[in-house]
Write a protein that binds this ligand. Structure first.
Ligand code: ATP
Length: 131
């Protein structure tokens, strides 16, 4: 078994024994299993898939990093939500706001920031749609 902790600035999101975790790394999906070589790598806006007792759970996360050492895995991320915690109306509003900014391109628009907001909203809506 592996011990997985997921921490955000607000809370200890998860601290459990698990079999495998799959994350969205900056270079693609990364599966972490027991007894692997130590690793620390950045995460993208995406999903964390947690496998435990033959079941899978999924959470949305925003950036951060994953670190695995001695069968302890730590994910530190800016935000994490289970599907049932995602407020669809809020995510839709965030998506529309970002889309409007990117379409109108007002002076001084921080394009990277608007694109990241759009990605966060789409990631939340996609996860919510799946469950
Ligand atoms: P918004 O513009 O609606 O605040 P955001 O993408 O800027 O969205 P984040 O900065 O990623 O929000 O997250 C800030 C906090 O709000 C985090 O704790 C995150 O879990 C929570 N959060 C953001 N959007 C949602 C949502 N749609 N449903 C539930 N929690 C959310």
């Amino acid at each position: 078994m592996l011990h997985l902790e997921i921490v955000t600035p607000d809370r200890l999101f998860l601290s459990e024994e698990i079999e495998m975790v799959i994350v969205s790394g900056i270079e693609g999906d990364l599966a972490i299993l027991k007894d692997r070589t130590p690793i620390t790598t950045p995460l993208r806006i995406g999903r964390v898939r947690i496998f435990q007792n033959g079941e899978e759970r999924e959470a949305a996360v925003v950036d951060g990093y994953i670190s695995a050492l001695d069968n302890k895995v730590t994910i530190a991320t800016d935000a994490a939500e289970w599907p049932d915690e995602i407020d669809v109306e809020r995510a839709k509003a965030a998506k529309e706001r970002a889309e409007r900014r990117l379409a109108n391109k007002p002076d001084g628009l921080d394009i990277a920031r608007a694109e990241a907001a759009l990605k966060r909203a789409i990631n939340r809506l996609d996860l919510k749609n799946k469950y």
